[in-house]
Design a protein around this ligand. Structure first.
Ligand code: BT5
Length: 270
């Protein structure tokens, strides 16, 4: 198949990103990784709400030392610094919360029910990955910080996809929306979702987040294989997400909760 030429890719409009409430957006043409830069800034004392955005990452990071790849200006790659005032025991919800916020943003863009979450935090459209999330916890002089990294594919063409399981908004919907508008909407939605979960001084409202997450998670009620960090894997039916954000599988030897790993959705008949 011959690939289509790359669509026009105007740069992000920094003027329109300058007045987002509670956020300071730092826009770069090129960085190794926005997560690495945000970690550096957080260690230097950058406040919650600092956002690092790059038009191109030359060493974008996935989980487990994997790579995140996207041609210049074809996607959104950003990292938000949070300093959650909730106990560390609640932090495993942050990546799930972020995935849910990206999903909300896509639904606001009109993507609809085709957008779903694959546990823990891949955002899919029609079962192909449109966004990936990497949340890292670091220690800084002013307490622990969460670096919330998001990559969202906007105008990648089929020939530019780094892996065949990926997609972009252009490929999935036929339209590549204005990236500055998508970025503003995404950041606003993330801030609102975070504030709904962790109100100033108070216990996080995890039951509400959990219910919203579960209703959008296409991993549930499916047969899955979970590849665990130690190299083993578990196969079973995904039957729930527990109160700490773990995926619960019904396996041949009883139920098992998975806290980290890569999940593969097994299609019917496989
Ligand atoms: C993730 O890892 O999905 C987390 C990706 C986080 C990327 C953002 S971009 C801004 C911020 N700064 C960073 O340096 N990183 C964050 P994981 O679940 O490990 O998936 C990585 C795998 O996804 C790769 O091994 C590829 O198979 C695939 N992949 C790579 N680039 C992709 C893309 N653009 N779209 C979809 N899949 C991709």
């Amino acid at each position: 198949m011959t690939d289509q030429p790359s669509p026009a890719r105007p740069p992000l409009d920094s003027a329109r990103l300058g007045d987002l409430p509670g956020l300071e957006v730092l826009l770069h043409d090129e960085l190794g990784s926005t997560n690495v830069e945000a970690c550096r800034l957080a260690r230097e004392g950058a406040r919650e709400g600092t956002v690092v955005v790059a038009e191109l990452q030359t060493a974008g990071r996935g989980r487990l030392d994997r790579r995140w790849e996207a041609p210049p200006r074809s996607s959104l790659t950003l990292s938000l610094i949070l300093r959650p005032e909730v106990g560390l025991v609640h932090w495993p919800w942050l990546p799930l919360l972020t995935g849910y916020a990206v999903l909300r943003c896509l639904r606001d863009l009109g993507v609809g029910e085709a957008a779903t979450l694959k546990w823990p935090n891949d955002v899919l459209i029609d079962e192909r990955k449109v966004a990936g999330i990497l949340v890292e916890r670091i220690e800084t002089g002013s307490g622990p910080a969460a670096i919330v990294g998001i990559g969202l594919n906007v105008s990648m063409t089929e020939g530019e996809l780094p892996v065949p399981t990926a997609t972009s908004l252009l490929l999935a919907t036929g339209d590549a929306p204005d990236r500055t508008g998508v970025l503003s909407g995404l950041l606003n939605t993330l801030v609102v979702t975070y504030a709904e979960w962790a109100p100033d001084a108070g216990e996080p409202r995890t039951p509400a987040l959990r219910a919203a997450y579960v209703s959008a998670c296409s991993t549930l009620e499916r047969n899955v294989r979970a590849d665990l960090p130690g190299g083993t894997s578990v196969t079973g039916r995904a039957i729930g997400v527990d109160e700490t954000g773990r995926l619960v599988l019904a396996t041949a030897s009883g139920s098992q909760a998975i806290g980290a790993g890569d999940v593969v959705h097994i299609r019917a008949g496989e």
